[in-house]
Design a protein around this ligand. Structure first.
Ligand code: C5P
Length: 297
């Protein structure tokens, strides 16, 4: 059981089970329709008293971030302090366990964790709408990461709506170890002449069986997958490898890649599948969905 501070600072991987590009705003941002869930694996943010706002980065994927002067976590802290009228004093430590620029929202989840953890640490009581507005300023995926619960995401990420009950799912995440920057994938998609899709919508009723849920999802897709494979062909290899694993229910790319996910009937089967898929240079994880203990956030 996580302590309150550990739960607030846990930044789980975001997985886009579906992702449609439904349009484009005049400012260039894309309108999306996506069913988002969170996996039980993530970065960990912790906080201690400090003079000014500082961030130390540790963990297997911390290297490139340590040298970054303006990490999203620090920007989140500054924006929150400004909005709440408090002095931005805190010493943050980020344990980076998720690969960077990998389509599972690591940076967005970290920024959302910073907003949750520092709100508590500084005793800030901003209402949910204000916190959502700060989150959106930090990135399109940050609002959905505030609650870490399954949601349907529309607009550029700011229109969030509830989804029916999901079954317990086994989940594998597999990344070929190559970054996949989001703007490059949107550009490649536009260059290929891809148009816009209608929204998939979310089924009205809940699901109790993973296989039924996966069947319902099979009719949808990820509109960025083809462009991402063209930019980063290793994504095709990851998907092909997932599709050789026994008991797979569905394989698809998350976000703008390069991480792909596989759905499996149980957490235990997913953990076995992940063990069977490991390759040199790949990041592969198997487990289940994250259940946020603090639903109020
Ligand atoms: O919001 P975030 O910083 O994650 O987005 C990175 C980039 O991805 C944006 O600058 C934009 O080029 C592209 N993007 C987009 N439409 C979205 C989200 C991101 O075009 N809904």
């Amino acid at each position: 059981m996580l302590s309150k501070a550990e739960a607030l600072g846990f930044a789980p991987a975001k997985v886009n089970l579906t992702l449609r590009v439904t349009g484009r705003r005049p400012d260039g941002y894309h309108l999306l329709d996506s069913l988002v869930v969170f996996a039980d694996v993530g970065d960990r943010l912790s906080v201690a008293p400090g003079d000014g706002l500082s961030l130390a980065v540790t963990g297997p994927f911390g290297g490139p971030l340590a040298a970054e002067p303006d990490n999203l976590v620090l920007r989140a802290g500054r924006l929150l302090a400004e909005a709440a009228g408090v002095a931005p004093n805190a010493a943050l430590v980020l344990e980076k366990n998720l690969p960077i620029a990998s389509g599972i929202g690591g940076g967005s989840a970290d920024a959302a964790a910073a907003l949750r953890l520092l709100s508590d640490f500084w005793g800030v009581a901003l209402d949910a709408a204000m916190l959502q507005a700060i989150a959106l300023k930090l990135g399109a995926d940050v609002p959905v990461c505030l609650g870490c619960a399954a949601l349907r995401m529309a607009g550029i990420g700011e229109v969030l709506s509830p989804v029916p009950v999901l079954p317990p799912l086994g989940l594998v995440l597999a990344n070929p170890g190559l970054p996949c920057p989001t703007p490059a994938i949107f550009r490649a998609r536009a260059a290929a002449g891809a148009g816009f899709s209608p929204a998939d919508g979310v089924p009205e009723q809940g699901f109790s069986a993973p296989a039924d849920f996966a069947r319902a999802l099979a009719a949808s897709g990820n509109d960025l997958e083809d462009a991402a494979i063209a930019v980063q062909p290793a994504i095709g290899t990851v998907l092909a490898t997932l599709r050789t694993v026994p008991d797979l229910l569905l394989a698809r790319m998350s976000g703008s890649g390069a991480t792909c996910f596989g759905l499996f009937p149980t957490t235990a089967v997913a953990a076995q599948a992940a063990a069977a898929m490991r390759r040199d240079g790949w990041w592969v994880w198997g487990g289940g969905l994250y259940e946020p203990p603090l639903r109020a956030l």
